[in-house]
Every structure is written in C-alpha cells, then in structure tokens.
Ligand binder design. Structure first.
Ligand SMILES: Cc1cc2nc3c(=O)[nH]c(=O)nc-3n(C[C@H](O)[C@H](O)[C@H](O)COP(=O)(O)OP(=O)(O)OC[C@H]3O[C@@H](n4cnc5c(N)ncnc54)[C@H](O)[C@@H]3O)c2cc1C
Length: 377
C-alpha cells in the first residue's frame, strides 16, 4: 500500500507516479540480490538520474528538477519504502552537490552540475574521520597550498559510495581553516580501503578514502579557505531531512508488510489483526509513521518558504529515525518467528534503520542541536 499524499502541484503528482513506477519495475525486483550479495547498484542510480530524480531540489538551469524540498523528500520516501541503500545514496548524492551549488562560482556550477544532477556522475561526501565523527572540527586531513594547487593528505572514514563515486566533496584543513574541495575519483594518490563489513545497507558501499598527496587545482576549491565546515554543516541540515524521509519510507514499508501479514495469519481461529492486543501494535506503528512524515514535511515547508529550518531538520531526523527504529522492530514482532527470517524483508528494514540513528549526526548530536536552539529562544 502506498502512502496517501497531499502534493502541491500536478507536476509533483506526476513525479510521485513516475517514482512509484520505477520503484515497482526496477528497484523491488533487484533489491534482494544486491542486499544479500553486497553489490553496489550503479545502474539504478543511472536510471534515477536519467528519469530526473537525482537532482530534484536543484534549479532547472543546471539540469535539476526545480522542485520544492517537500516534493523531493516525498520522492526519497517512496524510494525508501523499497530500498534504503538507494534512498540513502540519493540523499548523499544531493548532499555532495550542495557545496557546489551554494558556494561554487558560476563557472564551477556550469561546468560540473549538469552531469552531476543528470546522474552521469555520482557523488560522495567526505567529512568524517576515524577519530572525528561527531566532532568533525577535530579532523586531521590537510590541504597544503602549493602554487595554483592544493595537496591533500589524510584519510576520510565512512564514505558512502567510497570507491564507487565519480567525485568526492572533501573537507580538509588548509592554512585558513577547514576548506571544501571537489575531488575527481581518478585523481592520482586517491584510493579506497576495502568496504566496511556492515550490519545493513549492504548495497551501499561504505569505505575509508585515502588521500596520499592528492594534487587538486585551486579551481576545484568550493568557497574560500576556512569556509568548509560551515558549507559542510549547512549541507547537513538539508541532508538530515533526506535521512528523515528515507527512514519514514522504510517504516512505511515495514508497516505495509506487517498489515498484510496480520490479515493473513490466523491464531486462535481468526486473523491476528482481529486480536486487539496486536491491532494496537499496528495502530501505534501507523501513528509513528504518520507523525514522522508530518514532522519532516513541516521542516521542508519552512525551508521552501525561506525560513530557518536547522532545528526543525534535527527534530525531524530524531523523530523519524527513532520512530522508524520502533516501527521496524515492531514489524518483526508482528510477523513472529517469520519476522526473524530472511523470507520477509522486515529483519532487513530493522537492520537498515539502525544506522539512520547514527549517521549525518547521531541522535545524541541532534539533541545537542535542538537544545542549543532552545537556549536561543
Ligand atoms: C553506514 C555509514 C555511512 C556513513 N556515511 C558517511 C558519509 O558518507 N560521509 C561522512 O562524512 N560520514 C559518514 N558516516 C559517518 C557518520 O556520520 C559518523 O559515524 C557519525 O557522525 C558518528 O561518528 P562516530 O562514528 O565517530 O561516533 P562518535 O562521535 O565516536 O560517537 C560515539 C557515541 O558517542 C556519542 N556522543 C559523541 N559526542 C557526544 C556528545 N557531545 N554528547 C552526547 N553524546 C555524544 C554519539 O552519539 C555516539 O553514541 C557514515 C557512517 C556509517 C555507519
């Protein structure tokens, strides 16, 4: 069952229909094999790019979709109902373009954005390091200016699409502070460690990227020296809404499986959905999904209206991912023993959701951001 949506325009309705069609025809048939074998679905990102779904929140003049954030996020949610790795990847790709769009020069935007937004080039975002996740300012990767170039040395941990991307948005310490660079995948001295062996999101490669004297011309610096951390963090405000939307999609997917199972499965002579104790579990799951959706949409509408939305984005990420963790765990419960097997996708949904409470700022860090905002009120 698909979520009922209130969309702002007929164009947005068409986009959701297109997304549902691609999800049903191309994502659902492929998800199990990729997630079991841990293979990266590069072709799926190409399909999404060619359908115009990879650059939705960016302006049409650069090849984007010119859509409000509230529409882009609902597209992400639809993808998340079927395949979290692809939903997360789509959100990370949008995050990797953010610095180029907001801090890049006109020349930089015109040169790179059309291929990136059209899905020909897949992006990654390199902020975290092994010792600097929640506290990215503690990073040690350096960017040394040598003539018209920068030379980057260090290691960026946990890179989603690491080793698969065509370009990396990299934050490194230059003389005037943390600075943002767009590094092409084929740069000399850039390599990827073997991917992390994770609990979930097997179809989303996560790897440490190693920078060994990577020489980058100054034209690939985004914004000024020292502006990199603010570019990275501003991108995360929007990125967190992406994660909230994907988490809501995964939760909706888990709820759909649980309802279908509860209508079929009988105990004590009737379908388990007719046992009130079980119906209450399903009712709480439905309430958690709806409230997560309402929370991320409310934050997105603030962003679309040009209002500050950082605190609301943190609230949406916190609420949507915590709700999704509960909903996916309860979906396993609704299916009983069957829920604990790989015959049904709910155990995968549960494993996939866990990381959403961790990346793009753990949910403890979201609380720090929300608390800081409260102090300013
Ligand atoms: C699958 C996956 C994909 C990822 N993709 C990317 C990516 O594409 N790009 C990227 O840059 N990073 C990525 N990350 C990294 C991710 O953002 C970090 O893992 C995350 O920010 C947490 O950092 P950490 O792992 O170093 O944990 P730590 O910072 O070591 O935190 C450990 C624990 O301490 C808590 N904690 C830390 N500081 C505080 C505090 N001040 N108050 C209260 N609690 C605190 C945390 O909440 C956590 O529970 C990814 C991570 C994973 C697992």
């Amino acid at each position: 069952m698909s979520a009922e949506r209130m969309l702002p325009t007929p164009e947005a309705e068409d986009l959701i229909s297109l997304t549902r069609r691609i999800v049903d025809e191309q994502l659902r048939p492929a998800v199990d094999a990729h997630e079991r074998e841990g293979t990266f679905p590069r072709d799926v990102f190409r399909t999404l790019g060619r359908a115009g779904l990879l650059g939705l929140p960016y302006p049409e003049e650069y090849g984007g979709g010119g859509q409000p954030y509230e529409v882009y996020l609902q597209v992400l949610e639809e993808i998340g109902t079927a395949w979290a790795s692809v939903g997360v990847g789509t959100s990370v790709h949008a995050l990797s373009c953010f610095g180029l769009f907001t801090a890049g020069t006109q020349v930089q935007r015109e040169r790179w954005l059309p291929d990136i937004l059209g899905g020909e080039l897949l992006g990654a975002y390199c902020l975290s390091e092994a010792h600097a996740g929640s506290d990215p300012a503690a990073m040690r990767t350096t960017a040394r200016r040598v003539g018209d170039d920068y030379v980057i040395d260090g290691a960026k941990a946990w890179t989603t699409h690491g080793g698969q991307a065509d370009f990396y948005k990299v934050m490194a310490k230059a003389e005037a502070g943390i600075t943002c660079f767009l590094v092409p995948a084929d740069a000399d001295g850039l390599s990827a460690d073997p991917p992390e062996d994770k609990m979930g999101l097997m179809g989303s490669t996560t790897a440490t990227m190693l920078f060994d004297g990577v020489r980058i011309p100054v034209e690939r610096r985004l914004g000024g020296e020292g502006q990199g951390l603010s570019i990275a963090l501003a991108g995360l405000d929007a990125g967190r809404l992406g994660i909230a939307a994907v988490a809501t999609g995964v939760a909706q997917g888990a709820l759909d499986v649980a309802i279908a199972y509860a209508k079929e499965r009988e105990t004590f002579g009737r379908p388990i959905i007719d046992h009130q104790g079980l119906t209450f579990v399903l009712a709480d799951m439905a309430a958690a999904v709806e409230s997560a959706r309402a929370t991320y949409l409310s934050a997105a509408r603030r962003r679309d209206a040009g209002l500050p939305f950082g605190q609301q984005a943190s609230i949406a990420k916190l609420v949507a991912t915590d709700n999704a963790m509960k909903v996916t765990t309860d979906a396993v419960q609704v299916l009983g023993g069957a829920g604990y097997t790989r015959d049904f996708p709910v155990e995968r949904y549960m494993r996939e959701t866990k990381v959403m409470q961790i990346f793009e700022g753990t949910n403890q860090i979201q609380r720090l951001v929300i608390g800081r905002g409260l102090k300013k009120q």
